[in-house]
Write a protein that binds this ligand. Structure first.
Ligand SMILES: NC(=O)c1ccc[n+]([C@@H]2O[C@H](COP(=O)([O-])OP(=O)(O)OC[C@H]3O[C@@H](n4cnc5c(N)ncnc54)[C@H](O)[C@@H]3O)[C@@H](O)[C@H]2O)c1
Length: 284
């Protein structure tokens, strides 16, 4: 019975859950796979980067987790279908799928080459292929399995850049993440009567590999930190509570079509420090 045991450990229990995470070899995807696997889920890590994937699987397997790794390019719908069908066949079903793989390409509008007139078409197309189409192919493959088994959780990684503007991001990224937000809502409606819950996570700035080597650049860190009311970027582990909330069969059983920000307050507006000091006229 859902909720029969009211202890937090029971509500957030993912022991035995069959889960798959795309983009699981690094950053947020690895944090998702890690929290699921180290709490007893059987996790398939899917990623396009073979060496990173091998290292990620080894790191979790060395801690006793039940994990496997599959090379997958989420932009290839045939490969996505094949990979997910094989996982479900091997494990006898699939309970939770994280459509997380993503890239960032194309300059933001804060620089000349990122302005709309100059937006690079190849970069735009690459980002749409992975960050938007890749999510749809993943949701589609998951739905083919989950609708038939009449249960499942699908969680897509959107971004604050899908719910608001972000001057540092390129057009492909903004468009793809905006698309993911409404794709999640549409799929949630589509799958609701089959007990498949579809939700999104909207992260703010996290320390991952997505920005390339410049990710750790102090100027970049300072920029991102200045956009966050909590005043800093986040570690991938700070996403893990929400991952358990959305994936655990007894948690969030009445949550679908939601986009949950994990953003240090970014979406509530610019930090107070972004405004200049009020003049005497504002102070009453
Ligand atoms: N880091 C952030 O600040 C941030 C903020 C908001 C949203 N996100 C989103 O989080 C998700 C994960 O990104 P991250 O920040 O952890 O970056 P990351 O680069 O550390 O990890 C992304 C992983 O996805 C894999 N990948 C890339 N293209 C792929 C493809 N075509 N098929 C399969 N795997 C592929 C990469 O090999 C890598 O392992 C992305 O969707 C990203 O847009 C990140």
């Amino acid at each position: 019975m859902p909720g029969a045991d009211k202890r937090a450990a029971a509500i957030f229990d993912v022991d035995g859950v069959r889960a798959a995470v795309t983009g699981a070899a690094s950053g947020l995807g690895f944090a998702m796979a890690e929290v699921l696997a180290l709490n007893g889920a059987r996790v398939s890590l899917l990623d396009a980067n073979e060496s990173l994937l091998e290292a990620a699987v080894k790191e979790l397997a060395d801690q006793g987790a039940i994990v496997t790794g599959e090379i997958l390019d989420v932009a290839d719908p045939v490969a996505v279908d094949r990979a997910f069908a094989a996982i479900a066949e091997r494990d006898g079903g699939l309970d939770a799928v994280f459509a997380n793989a993503g890239i960032s390409r194309g300059a933001g509008i804060i620089v000349e080459e990122g302005k709309v007139e100059n937006a690079d078409r190849d970069a735009y197309q690459q980002v749409i292929d992975v960050n938007l189409n890749g999510v749809l192919w993943t949701v589609q493959a998951a739905a083919r399995i989950m609708r038939a088994q009449k249960h499942g959780r699908i969680i897509a990684t959107a971004s604050t850049a899908g719910l608001s503007t972000e001057a540092f991001c390129g057009y492909g990224y903004i468009a793809a993440k905006g698309g993911v937000v409404n794709l999640v809502r549409q799929a949630a409606l589509d799958l609701a009567r089959d007990n498949v819950l579809v939700n999104g996570i909207a992260p703010g700035p996290f320390y991952t590999r997505i920005g390339g080597p410049s990710g750790a650049d102090p100027e970049v860190v300072e920029y991102w930190s200045s956009t966050v009311p909590l005043g800093r970027m986040a570690e991938p582990s700070e996403l893990q509570g929400v991952v358990l909330l959305l994936a655990a069969p007894r948690a969030s059983t009445f949550v679908t079509g939601a986009i949950i920000p994990v953003d240090g307050g970014t979406l509530i507006g610019p930090p107070i420090s972004a405004f200049s000091r009020p003049t005497a006229g504002f102070v009453r």
